[in-house]
Design a binder for this molecule. Structure first.
Ligand code: GRF
Length: 192
């Protein structure tokens, strides 16, 4: 069962999943492996990590395409070469077309740094602080055509502290992301 992980930046969530797969023996236990990491940004730091782990690391640069649909088609062609049982969006900062989502629906997941349905979209940590939230957190969800709104698979909660900034809160949430994303991916693949 091949996992393809899509990133746009540092890829710390991708790295957490790769490390969990190695540490927990996913290949031996349930035949799952991270087959490829694909980024829309050639400069994504996560690509170097993937290559060091011997994982195919590929770039599909969204700026090279004239439309969102053309980019998504090219992206899907690269993904499908790996015949994924699961496509994992991990810090992937592109809004995907309904056609792309339909192609992978049911085997497409995302991580969003808020307790959905609260704070879909961007700048989630600042918005939680501005709203006076006492807790914040992260959600792993199935991806549907409606941005940040698919069925929830896992969540984790962290406290919002009085002197928090968006950065201090983001760091606290990110540590929980690295816990629940590997767990959610493993449990999805054990069920398949
Ligand atoms: C994280 O906050 C994650 O919630 C969001 O993208 C940010 C960076 O993730 N989706 P990563 O370090 O690139 O995995």
């Amino acid at each position: 069962k091949n996992i393809v992980i899509l990133i746009s930046g540092g890829g710390s969530n991708m790295a957490a999943i790769v490390r969990a797969a190695q540490r927990e023996g996913w290949q031996d236990r349930f035949g799952a492996r991270v087959a490829a990491v694909v980024s829309n940004k050639a400069a994504a730091g996560g690509l170097a990590f993937a290559r060091e782990q011997g994982i195919a690391a590929e770039v599909v640069d969204h700026k090279a395409f004239g439309s969102r649909e053309a980019f998504d088609e090219a992206l899907a062609a690269v993904i499908d070469r790996h015949q994924p049982a699961l496509v994992v969006l991990a810090g992937f900062m592109r809004i995907l077309t309904p056609g792309f989502v339909a192609r992978y629906e049911g085997r497409l997941v995302n991580i969003h740094p808020s307790l959905l349905p609260a704070f879909p979209g961007l700048h989630t940590h600042q918005r939680a602080i501005d709203a006076g939230c006492r807790v914040a957190g992260v959600t792993v969800h199935q991806v549907t055509a409606e941005l940040d709104h698919g069925p929830i698979l896992a969540q984790a909660v962290v406290p919002v502290l009085p002197d928090d900034t968006a950065d201090t809160l983001a760091a606290r949430v990110l540590t929980q992301e690295h816990v629940i994303y590997p767990q959610a991916v493993a449990s999805l693949l054990q069920k398949r």
